[in-house]
Every structure is written in C-alpha cells, then in structure tokens.
Design a protein around this ligand. Structure first.
Ligand code: SAM
Length: 250
C-alpha cells in the first residue's frame, strides 16, 4: 500500500483517474464507478488477450468487413461468449433470428455437439448464400437448418409442429420493431431453464434518449422496459458489444 502511495505521490491527487486507481487498489470508496469506459486500445487488448476465433470465423469476418452492411455482424468476442454459454449449458437445440452472413450461426454451430441443431431464420437469400458457403467450409452445415422466410412465420411453424419447449438456446438479432414478437415466440420454444440472448439492447447508446422518434430505438426501449418486469424470466443486461440481454426461462 505504502509503495503505491510513494510511487504516485508526485502526482496531483485530485486527478480523477488517480483517485479511481487508489480507490480500487486500497478498497476505499473514493469513487463509485462500477464500470470502465472502453476505447480502441483497450478493446484491441481484450481481443488480443482473449479471442480464440477459428480460422473459418476469422475468414468470414474478413469477407463480411468488405460489405456495405458489415456493421450488422456481431462482434467476435460476443460470438465467443455465446459459444461459451452454449457449452456451459450443454445446449443441443438452438434457434437464431437474424443470420446475415452467418457469423453468429457459425459460432453457435461450432459450440454445439455434432448431433446438435441450429434453426437459423432469415429472409435474405443473397447474404445467407455467403453464410452457407462458410458453414460448408467449416464442415458444420449439417448442424444448421436455414429457413428463408419471415422469422415470425418460421417460429410459429416450429410451435405448430409440436416443438414448444424443445429448444435450449435462442438468439434474437433481426428487425428491432419485431423484438417483442420474437421474444414471445422464442420463449414458447425454449424449455424451462433455457436461455434467450437478445442483441443490440443498448442500440449504440441511443436507448437513453427518451425523446427519440426513431422506431427501432423506441422498440428496443419498450422491449427493455417490458423485460425488466417480466417475472417469467431471470435477466441480466450485459454491456458487451452493443448490449446483450441474457434471459433465462424460469
Ligand atoms: C443484424 S443482422 C444479423 C447478424 C448476424 N446475427 C451475424 O452474426 O452476422 C439482421 C438480419 O435479420 C434479417 N431480417 C430482417 N428482418 C427479418 C425478418 N422479418 N425475418 C427474418 N430475418 C430478418 C436481415 O436479413 C439480416 O440478415
């Protein structure tokens, strides 16, 4: 402790960062921040020190980066986090709403057992053709059942087909104004104890703008507010990537 005080004693102790540093190191409540702000350098450090992306995922990410809508792809550390959740749960059956070029689907498929299944919903034949190419390259296409139709239609068809409460894991990452509907359908498809992960729940930070008239932002705000009081589930909102809600069906 003394070593720390002497080492930094020449600095101005009103410096906010220093107060935060000593507050943390010495266990005193000089500052009350419970979070840290990410910048590019720290983000790069996180990836450099923890990302274990497979070569096919890395190649898919590089190709997607050349597309105009590349921003739609999930972050690589998010894919790795979802894969960890799948393995922790021992999940076998998963459903995804919003495939794009297939990065999240591939991350999930890599983590599922060889006889596992991911039902992947999207409406775009062009971008999912890229996805399918990479799933084949990874030799994981046999685990992924791509359904090219509006996702609500596919999810309803699964329910009508007697597959209610038969999925372990669900991921929602598509049109934001339909999040409420996807949530109810995925919840019905999940078994008790199953996990639903919902992407973009911080929407680049726009969710704090109460006066917004943007439809997507309002939809996410309403979704988050309803989720907060939904006693059918356990909930945790993580500030990972663009905000990720982890929702466990009770
Ligand atoms: C944000 S991207 C998904 C990104 C993907 N999870 C990844 O890791 O790259 C959203 C996707 O939702 C799809 N989508 C939009 N509306 C849809 C709908 N009604 N039904 C199914 N998919 C839809 C879009 O075609 C797009 O590919």
């Amino acid at each position: 402790m003394l070593h720390l005080i002497f080492e930094y004693g020449h600095l101005n102790t009103t410096d906010t960062a220093l107060c935060q540093f000593f507050g943390t190191k010495l266990g005193v409540s000089m500052m009350s921040s419970k979070y840290i702000r990410l910048d590019q350098q720290l983000y790069d450090y996180i990836l450099a020190s923890s990302l274990r992306e497979s070569p096919v995922l890395a190649q898919l990410r590089a190709e997607t980066a050349t597309l105009p809508m590349a921003v739609m792809q999930i972050a690589p550390e998010q894919g790795q986090f979802m894969a960890l959740l799948i393995k922790l749960m021992g999940a076998r059956r998963a459903v995804e709403v919003g495939v794009y070029t297939g990065y999240s689907a591939l991350a999930v498929a890599e983590a599922l057992p060889d006889d596992g299944l991911l039902v992947a919903c999207d409406i775009n034949a062009e971008t999912t053709a890229i996805a399918q190419r990479y799933w084949r390259q990874a030799e994981l296409a046999h685990k992924i059942d791509l359904r090219l139709a509006p996702a609500a239609q596919t999810l309803r068809a699964l329910l009508s087909d007697g597959q209610a409460e038969s999925f372990d894991f669900a991921f929602i990452d598509a049109d934001k104004t339909a999040y409420g509907e996807y949530y109810e359908l995925c919840l019905a498809l999940l078994r008790p104890g199953g996990l639903l992960v919902v992407d973009n729940v911080l929407w680049g930070g726009a969710v704090v703008d109460e006066a917004t008239d943007d439809d997507d932002t309002r939809a996410i705000q309403e979704f988050n507010a309803q989720l907060r009081v939904d006693r059918r589930v356990d909930l945790s909102l993580l500030p990972l990537a663009d905000g990720l809600s982890l929702i466990r069906k009770c």
